[in-house]
Structure formats: C-alpha cells, structure tokens
Ligand binder design. Sequence first.
Ligand code: BGC
Length: 455
Amino acid sequence: MTPPPAQPKFPASFVWGASTAAYQIEGAAEEDGKGPSIWDTFVRRPGAVRDGHTGDVACDHYHRFPEDVALMRELGLDAYRFSLSWPRVLPTGEGKVEPRGLDFYDRLVDELLAAGVAPTPTLFHWDLPQALEDGGGWMARETAYRFGEYAAVVGERLGDRVRRWITLNEPFVHMSFGYGFGVHAPGRALLLDAVPAAHHQLLGHGLATAALRATAPGAEVLIANNCTPVRLRQDARAEADRAGAAAYDALHNRLFNDPVLTGSYPDLSAYGLVDPSWGGLVRDGDLEIIAAPLDGLGINYYNPTWITAPSSPEAGLPFDIVEPEEPYERTTFGWPVVPDGLTDLLVGLKARYGAALPPVWITENGCAAPAGLADRARIDYLAGHTGAVAEAMERGVDVRGYFTWSLLDNFEWAEGYHQRFGLVEVDFETQRRTPRASFDWYRELIAAQRARHRG
Ligand code: BGC
C-alpha cells in the first residue's frame, strides 16, 4: 500500500514536472534525416558504455510519444522537461534544417498542450551534432554561434506555444565528463585544458538566450546547472581542506552560476588560470552576452560532494573527492541520499547571490533504484527531497517548480540501461511501460497539493 504523501506546503502556482532527454529516450537514431550526434559515435567506441549498450532505440519515444504523454496526463504533471536533439533539427548542426525533425517536436508540443502539460524544452542535453565536433566541438568558439542560430530556428517554430525554455543542461558535467575525463561523448580527456568547453557553452547560452527572446515572444529562459553543496569531512584539516573545497566549488558550481548571474568568472587561479582573459579565451563583450538577464535558474541536484586537500602535492588537481564518514543510504548508482544537501544548496545560493538570484527551478532530482515496481527507495528519496525544497522555501528561497528525473527508465549514458531512474518501468525488450509505486505516490502528491488549494 502506498503511504499517504508527505504534505509540505507548496503554493498553488508551484509547477510539478518530470524530466527526460532526447538521446536517453527517443531512439530513431537514424530516422527522418537525423544526423549523427557525438553520442551516436561514442557508444560505438569499444568499452565506452557498459555492455556496449546504445541509444539507437532507447525507449522508442520518437514513435511512442503519445503513450508517454498519456502517462504524464495520468500523473497530473503541470510541465514536462524534454530536450531537443540538435542533429534531428539541423543534421550537421548548421545550415539546412530537417523539416521532419522539427515536425516531430511540433507534434510533441501539441500533444503535451492537449494534455494540459506545459512543454519545457532544453536545447542542448549533450548530443552535439557530430559534424560540429569534427570542427572542434565546444572547444571551438564557432560552436557557440551555431548554438545561437539553432536556438533561433526552434524559437521561430515552437515559440508560439512554448513559454519556458532551458538553454543548456549541466555544462559542468558535459565539460568535465565529455572533454575533461572522456567518460562521456565526445570522449576527450583534456583534463584542465577542457575549460574552453565551459566558456564556449556559456557563450552559446547567452547567444541562445538572445535568439529565443528575439524569436519567441514572451519566452522565459533558464539554464539548468548541476550543483552540489561542497562538504568537508569531520576530520578536515582546517586551512588546506577549506582551500580544496573552495577550489572545487569554484569549478563545479561557481564557474557556471557566477557568469550567468553576476557577469564575472570566479577565481580559478588554483587551476592556473590567472590572467582575466584566461589566455585570450574570454573576449571583450563575452561576459555581457553570458549575463543576459534570466527568468530562472534551473538546478539539477543529486548529492553533495565531500572534498579534502589533495592527498599528494603532485596531484594534478587542487582537491580530492572523498567519501563521507556518515553511513548514508545509497542509490543503486552508489550515490549517497542526502536530502538536506538540497536545502543547504538552495539556501546557500540565496546567501551567495542575494538579489541577483532569479527564481529557482529544480530541473532534475531523482534516484536510481532497484528494478521492479515496488520502488520504496525512490518514494523515500522523493519524499525527502520535495520536503527539502519546502524547507528551503520556508527559509526564503523562491523555488517555482520541481521536475523529477526521470519519467521513464532510460539510457543512462556510460551505464547504458543498467541504472533505472524512472517513475515508469520500461521493458527494453518489449517497450512495455508500467508505472511503479513511485508513480502513484507522485500522482497523489500532486493531487493532494491541488486539493489543498481548492479546499
Ligand atoms: C543528467 C541526466 C542523467 C542524470 C542521472 C544528470 O546529470 O542531466 O541526463 O541521466 O543526471 O545521472
């Protein structure tokens, strides 16, 4: 039996949603003129993805989206965050538009609107057109301009019906996993030389923001940043560990929040970036473009990060990532379950940015849990984390919505289909969708929140 949902108080206008991403669910990798993305390439690299899984078919959402939208309607979602596949719309990333790709998103948007669910597209969730990667990918400044042009194309087509847009998903993770460590596409292991991929994504964000404002009247524009509260172990050695934590915070959080909210980059001298232009990378006027006012800051939260000073002076980075001492529960991915980390993160953002912090949206939060329909662990995770959001709101943070990750089990990047994040179980052999206990729990939470405001 499903326990009664937790009843924190959310305002009537609070938006309840769920998130997905194109490469993780759509499949149809070569259909209707879609060009290859860096993920189509990367998954074919031996050893890149567990068991050689690919997103070629994924959840076959490209063909089954009406069924998925029906599930959203049943859930009572206010909004659905999905991503557009850039190479479906522009097969080589620029120039000629593929009308069949745009038509797909047009139909999806209409289906959502008919179901009373607000379409909330993300323009880039890591599946860069391979042709642009061949020209340097996000290491090349030109990619930022191509991103702005792509934003104008979709803004023009969907802007009459889409109000809320998200430019980038987690530029930190794309920079570090994709270009720094090479464990995600495009699989480049440049370590700290990957920093241009941060600046060019952010420049692309600014250019896309301007393009959306020009083509989609009344657009609300957000960025979705992966943020982590940085914690010290109890046995921390004061000075050195604190310096390590500050350096990590600068790289993971501030590198992506500071420029969009305050128009300046944090101090990255711990990484050898000393002159303000970072060796000519940051050009005059870039920060003004990046800091174009936003309607909201999207936060993707999974867990805190524990940091110490580097264990050896030869270590290439000014910090070590370590395990917490506390025996936290773990998700099947091994990530610690720490709901109060989300409250700390939100309260900390407000303390750091003050009036410069726009309304906050939780654009991703959820967990990988054991396969099966009785996903008690996911219910506990969601109850804890929605409670943590309510707590932050009580402490004065303006949070407007919560999107859980994820609606469906899907292609979990380098883990393939091994980690299950869905409110809905997907059988990848038959494509059968079956709602889990957490689906019912979330539906009841949303219904109960609505009833509170009616009654
Ligand atoms: C990403 C998702 C991913 C999730 C769980 C986020 O970093 O935006 O695409 O599936 O975390 O790992």
